[in-house]
Design a protein around this ligand. Structure first.
Ligand code: HEM
Length: 229
């Protein structure tokens, strides 16, 4: 049994030798990123910061068991995405037909051991913090290639498959197919191009361009994020 101290929380951890299963005793009311340091073996490893890396089993109200979920090797080239990211400065929204706007955004990329990354993007009004655009979906990699596919659902009623290539730490994607609800707001999006890249300073940058019924491919969004855990 040992005492583990995280930056924000302190709680008891015990394990058996040779086991990668750890037990945590309260006070740990809820699992969050501060708890991902429990497996010291993985300290320094980047997946260590991603809570989804851990499989949790609620044993009773006071004791939790945790075991590590190994990253599927297919996802290794994209492991830099994993974790939670938040915009450090408001992102810039533009388009010829709308008033420029600013927004904040949180991104979460996780995995459960499958060769798939699960993601959620949640954008908010920069001043009021009101929820705005939301996207969620799955990322798949074609094994043995740098081909990547995003399967995306957006709260505007759009569903989309974007495909592209991973070059180093840069992902360039574009729409392969689009579907929308029958009463989606006009003008309809016809094409999306998205670039996600990990910059040398450790920040993540996203640029989204789109074409609509009325406008050829033009930038709509630009934002940078810092990893929050
Ligand atoms: C791939 C993702 C997105 C797509 C496909 C998309 C699509 C669109 C479209 C088609 C319009 C209407 C343009 C026009 O009237 O000509 C629009 C407007 C707008 N978008 Fe996005 N958007 C996306 C992401 C976002 C995000 C992340 C935000 C952040 C808050 C955002 C905020 C806005 C705002 C404020 C407007 C103007 C007001 C409105 O029409 O609702 N969009 N977007």
């Amino acid at each position: 049994m040992g005492l583990y101290t995280a930056s924000l929380k302190c709680f008891l951890v015990f394990t058996t030798p040779e086991s990668n299963e750890w037990f945590i005793i309260r006070p740990l009311q809820k699992f969050n990123c501060t708890a991902t340091g429990t497996d010291l073996k993985h300290a320094g490893h980047q997946h260590f910061r991603d809570w989804s890396y851990w499989r949790t089993h609620h044993l009773d109200s006071n004791i939790y068991s945790i075991s590590a979920v190994e990253l599927n090797p297919v996802l290794l080239p994209l492991s830099w995405l994993l974790g939670t990211w938040g915009s450090d400065e408001p992102g810039e929204g533009t388009y010829p037909s709308i008033k420029p706007f600013r927004y904040t955004e949180k991104l979460h990329f996780s995995h459960v051991g499958q060769p798939v990354i699960n993601f959620m993007f949640n954008a908010f009004h920069a001043e009021s913090n009101k929820p705005l655009h939301r996207e969620c979906g799955f990322i798949r990699v074609q094994q043995g290639t740098n081909r990547v596919a995003f399967v995306i659902a957006q709260n505007s009623g759009l569903v989309e498959i974007e495909e592209g290539e991973l070059t180093g730490n840069q992902l360039k994607l574009q729409t392969q197919s689009l579907g929308r609800i029958s009463f989606a707001k006009e003008p309809h999006v016809q094409q999306i191009c998205r670039v996600l890249q990990l910059r040398p300073d450790g920040k993540l940058e996203q640029t989204v361009s789109m074409a609509t019924d009325n406008q050829s491919l033009t930038q709509h969004l630009h934002i940078t994020y810092s990893r929050s855990c």
